[in-house]
Design a protein around this ligand. Structure first.
Ligand SMILES: Cc1cc2nc3c(=O)[nH]c(=O)nc-3n(C[C@H](O)[C@H](O)[C@H](O)COP(=O)(O)O)c2cc1C
Length: 227
């Protein structure tokens, strides 16, 4: 996250962010290295009393492909990720998006100007993965590298109990639920977003260092509408 994204973060969150930024600076801008001792960036708790009425939000849902450069503030990013696939039942670990047999096979990777992060839903934190801007690899369309946030939806097919021939279909369905949660949050907050299949998946997976069981399903760009 850029320094401007620290505005409004509490001291604990800021200290974690500083630690993560320091790790990334040590890694260097062009090294695709996941620092093994990288500290998670803790996100502010989601604002559960925010948002517009559901029916108005559904009416406003749409795709948009023109993004302004302003980064998402940490609170907005925290709300977005929690709405997408956060833990909404801490007692059971249940998530905002359903998965077959509660397999919880989905990961959301977050590509921003300052690096690639993995959303840790249980800890409601960002785990630094890469200290470089890989947004241009997150999709084939020109606007992708301009969107301040690109979410990359990845299923680990090995986490599913379903028959192997069913797993990719289920992963696609799981991604759809997360994506629609993100669409609805964006509609509620006046953010621009579009879900995308047009991705060079082999190149992106290699850059992200994914395991062979991890499959990129879709990506989704998010940001403020272009003024
Ligand atoms: C599975 C899927 C893949 C999509 N892939 C892309 C894409 O690669 N690039 C893009 O600009 N839009 C993509 N879209 C967005 C659709 O083009 C968009 O949802 C459609 O035109 C309807 O517009 P609306 O979302 O505003 O209703 C995709 C949508 C879905 C559901």
């Amino acid at each position: 996250m850029s320094p401007t994204a620290t505005a409004g973060m509490n001291r604990r969150a800021f200290l974690h962010l500083t630690a993560a930024t320091a790790v990334m600076a040590a890694v260097g801008p062009n090294r695709a290295a996941a620092a093994p001792d990288a500290q998670p960036v803790h996100l502010p708790p989601p604002q559960l009393d925010s948002g517009r009425p559901l029916m108005q939000v559904v009416r406003a849902r749409r795709s948009a492909r023109a993004f302004g450069p302003k980064p998402l503030p940490p609170q907005v990013l925290a709300n977005l990720l929690w709405a997408g696939d956060g833990v909404n039942r801490p007692d059971s670990g249940g998530r905002t998006a359903p998965t077959a047999s509660n397999s919880q096979d989905m990961d959301i990777y977050v590509a921003m100007a300052d690096g690639l992060f993995l959303y840790d839903a249980k800890g409601h934190a960002l785990q630094p993965i890469l200290g470089e801007d890989i947004r241009a690899l997150a999709g084939r369309q020109a606007f992708v590298k301009e969107a301040p946030v690109n979410l990359i939806y990845v299923s680990d097919l090995a986490k599913m109990k379903a028959a192997p021939e069913d797993r990719e279909v289920y992963a696609a369905a799981h991604t759809g639920f997360i994506s629609q949660n993100v669409y609805l949050y964006c509609a509620s907050e006046g953010l621009a977003t579009v879900v995308r299949a047009s991705i060079d998946r082999p190149a992106l997976a290699q850059k992200m260092g994914l395991r062979s069981s991890q499959k990129i399903i879709l990506a989704q760009s998010v940001g403020y509408p272009k003024p």
